[in-house]
Design a protein around this ligand. Structure first.
Ligand code: ADP
Length: 467
């Protein structure tokens, strides 16, 4: 078979620029594809955070990363906006980026089989391929795929800005760009991409419903045959408790074979650092999350009194909506001895928490994939999650009778249900042997990109084969 040529276009790619999981995915998927024999290249804007000289670098063994350079548009402190809100020229910026992606392919003489686009920032690429560039012989063999990482962010702009896209008004209608009298880039991308995917199988089904479709459920239903769900992976090298330099003591399945001592050393040290009681018998429950409505922090706040009246410790690391900062500030003052509330972004503390805590909470309202539960499992902290989206695909309720399952789950978005699953986890924690076995089982699971990379390749080939 001929070598696949794939261009991954994304607004964020770790380690060059990151505001969320999108960057992690676009930074680690290419590495997996390269290992699987794909000629994969990556393209992103050259933001101020990109500390590379020139407009190109490499990652992995020999993956070219192209930067689209335009200091006026991209050399800014933040990616999408500042404290006053979104940048007012975001449509100019990303329409420009999308066109430059196509121009750069020509400039480099790289004719991709597939341009793999990610979220609304790159959603104009499939549209341009089918309009402005439709008759361009260079792109005759190029197809497009749009991956939706979070449907809640669609790239909505006022109608008056439509001309900036460079296409005629005849495309401003409900079959193309128009969405309640606004411009919707994600919608147009979904309409024009050769295939659409989301980051977990469950989320790809959920977004066809009114509850999760964010108004695009109808548009997605029209593409149901071309809609796929491929679970994200995590980078096994970045997230490895045996080599992670940020944690207090490295450990692995091997070093925990007899007992969990090396892992407990992390708990001891974190309790000390966070000024919590140094007591291994108290379950440490943690949450590391954006504090947004999506993430279920409101459920945690509702049960906080019940939770903290149990014998346990609660650690939060998160930043986001001000209303949650106020709520958790209050909780920190009320429960001085058994909580550690850290309202900031701190990658080092995050790793220490993954390595130290016993349980990891993700009670999301919706979750396209979620990386936190996969990282937690790899570090041996047991996820307590709501069964939605990617959480449902990765965490299954533990069954003491059969030993099946890897965490604790609940279905309805209700605080009582969350409390119930925390209680089941806390009860199991009292059984040291059963708990240690669950920790080892969690750590032995494979959430690497190997499987998902191969699935993407299958999908790419199916798109190319489809005429
Ligand atoms: P999302 O992309 O919706 O925020 P994910 O679970 O896909 O959620 O990815 C979030 C990642 O960001 C996780 O690895 C999590 O540990 C990390 N993270 C979230 N908030 C913080 C924070 N305040 N400090 C450090 N890391 C954080």
């Amino acid at each position: 078979m001929e070598k696949l040529k794939i261009l991954i276009a994304s607004s964020e790619v770790a380690p060059f620029a990151k505001t969320g999981g999108l960057a992690d995915v676009c930074g680690s998927l290419p590495l997996a594809l390269e290992e699987l024999g794909v000629d994969v290249r990556v393209i992103m804007p050259k933001y101020a955070t990109v500390k590379v000289q020139g407009d190109e670098t490499t990652i992995g063994k020999n993956i070219k990363v192209y930067f689209v350079k335009n200091d006026y548009y991209f050399k800014r402190q933040e990616l999408y906006g500042d404290k006053f809100g979104d940048y007012s020229d975001n449509l100019d910026r990303f329409a420009y980026f999308c066109r430059e992606v196509l121009e750069r392919c020509k400039h480099e003489g790289f004719e991709p089989n597939i341009i793999h686009c990610n979220d609304w920032h790159t959603a104009l690429i499939p549209v341009y391929l089918n309009t402005m560039y439709r008759d361009d012989p260079f792109f005759l063999g190029t197809r497009s795929m749009l991956t939706i990482h979070n449907l809640a962010y669609q790239g909505l702009f006022p109608k008056e800005e439509y001309p900036k896209i460079g296409l005629g008004w005849e495309m401003f209608n409900i079959d193309n760009f128009e969405f309640y009298d606004k411009v919707n880039l994600m919608k147009a991308g979904i309409v024009y991409a050769d295939a659409v995917s989301t980051v977990s199988p469950s989320y790809s089904k959920e977004i066809l419903t009114k509850e999760f479709g964010c108004g695009l459920e109808g548009v997605l239903a029209n593409r149901a045959e071309d809609l796929h769900g491929v679970l994200n992976g995590i980078d096994e090298v970045v997230w490895d408790p045996m080599i992670d330099k940020k944690i207090y003591k490295n450990y692995s399945l091997q070093t925990l074979a007899e007992n969990l001592e090396d892992r407990f050393a992390n708990k001891d040290a974190l309790q000390k650092e966070l000024k919590l009681k140094p007591d291994r018998s108290l379950p440490m429950i943690a949450m590391v999350s954006r504090l947004a409505d999506q993430k279920g922090a409101d459920l945690v706040a509702e049960i906080i009194d019940n939770l903290l009246n149990m014998k346990l410790q609660f650690v939060l690391l998160g930043t986001g909506d001000n209303k949650y900062h106020i709520i958790f500030d209050r909780i920190a003052k009320k429960y001085v001895f058994n909580t550690s509330i850290n309202l900031r972004f701190d990658a080092t503390l995050a790793d220490k928490i993954y390595a130290a805590c016993d349980m990891f909470l993700i009670p999301s309202r919706y979750e396209p994939c979620g990386l936190g539960q996969m990282i937690a499992l790899r570090y041996g902290s047991i996820p307590v999650v709501r069964q939605t989206g990617g959480l449902k695909d990765t965490v299954k309720e533990y069954d003491a009778a059969t030993g099946e399952g890897n965490g604790f789950t609940f279905v309805e978005y209700r605080s009582k249900e969350l409390l119930g699953s925390v209680k089941r986890a806390v009860a199991l924690y009292q059984d040291k042997d059963a708990w240690a076995n669950l920790v080892r089982k969690a750590m032995s699971q494979d959430f690497s990109w190997k499987n998902s990379g191969a699935e993407y390749i299958k999908l790419y080939r199916a798109i190319i084969g489809k005429e």
